[in-house]
Design a protein around this ligand. Structure first.
Ligand SMILES: Cc1cc2nc3c(=O)[nH]c(=O)nc-3n(C[C@H](O)[C@H](O)[C@H](O)COP(=O)(O)O)c2cc1C
Length: 177
C-alpha cells in the first residue's frame, strides 16, 4: 500500500481487542517510524511499553494525580492490551528549540500509529490533563529533561471497520501568499 493510501485509510480506534503486537514487531515498525525528519539528528524521543499489570501502575498514578477513584483510572488504563508512552527527550542544543524536538517526537508517534494501523492493529493516541502530572512522570521514571506526549493505545482492530471517512477539504487549508 502506498503511504498516500495508508494515510487515507488510517482511523483512530477507541475500542480494541485483547491481542497486541510483540516487542519484536514493534521494533520492526519503529525502525521505519524513526526515520522521521530530525533537525540535527538529536533523536529527542523514546517510547515505553506498558502491558498487563504494568498498566495498573498508570491507573494508580492518574488516581494519585487527580485524587480520584483508582478503579476508574485502572479500567481506563486497561482499555487496550498495549500502551506505548511517547516521551519527548529535550537534548541540549544551541540550534534546535524544544518545540522542534517535540515535533520530532510527535512525528515518530504519528508514523508509528500509521504503521500499526497499516499492519492491521487498532490504535488511538490518548492524552488528558494528567499527562504531565508529577505522579505520572514519576511512574514512568522520567528524567528532568523528559516530557510525556501521551500514549498510543494499541490492540486488535475489530473486523469490518470503516475504511473511508469524511476528510477536511484540503483547499480550506492551503493558501498562496
Ligand atoms: C496529540 C493527540 C492527543 C489525543 N488525545 C486523545 C484523547 O485524549 N482522547 C481521545 O479520545 N482521542 C485522542 N486523540 C485522538 C483523536 O481524538 C483522533 O485522532 C480524532 O478523533 C480523529 O480521529 P481519526 O484519528 O480517526 O481521524 C488524540 C490525538 C492526538 C494526535
Amino acid at each position: 500500500m502506498s503511504a498516500y493510501d495508508s494515510l487515507l485509510r488510517r482511523r483512530s480506534l477507541s475500542k480494541v481487542g485483547a491481542n497486541a503486537p510483540s516487542q519484536t514487531e514493534l521494533l520492526r515498525l519503529l525502525d521505519a517510524a524513526a526515520t522521521v525528519a530530525d533537525h540535527s539528528s538529536l533523536r529527542p524521543w523514546r517510547l515505553i511499553t506498558l502491558r498487563g499489570d504494568k498498566r495498573d501502575l498508570l491507573g494508580h498514578a492518574f488516581a494519585e494525580a487527580d485524587g480520584g477513584n483508582a478503579l476508574k483510572y485502572v479500567s481506563r488504563a486497561r482499555r487496550a492490551p498495549l500502551l506505548i508512552a511517547i516521551v519527548a527527550v529535550h537534548r541540549p542544543s544551541g540550534k534546535v528549540a524544544y518545540w522542534e524536538q517535540e515535533a520530532v517526537a510527535a512525528g515518530v508517534a504519528h508514523n508509528l500509529s500509521l504503521l500499526l494501523d497499516e499492519a492491521g492493529w487498532g490504535v488511538i493516541w490518548r492524552t488528558g490533563h494528567l499527562t504531565r502530572s508529577e505522579p505520572v512522570r514519576r511512574m514512568h521514571g522520567l528524567a528532568g529533561n523528559e516530557q510525556l506526549l501521551g500514549w498510543l493505545y494499541v490492540g486488535d482492530a475489530p473486523p469490518g471497520r470503516e475504511l473511508r471517512r469524511k476528510r477536511p477539504n484540503p483547499a480550506d487549508f492551503l493558501s498562496e501568499l
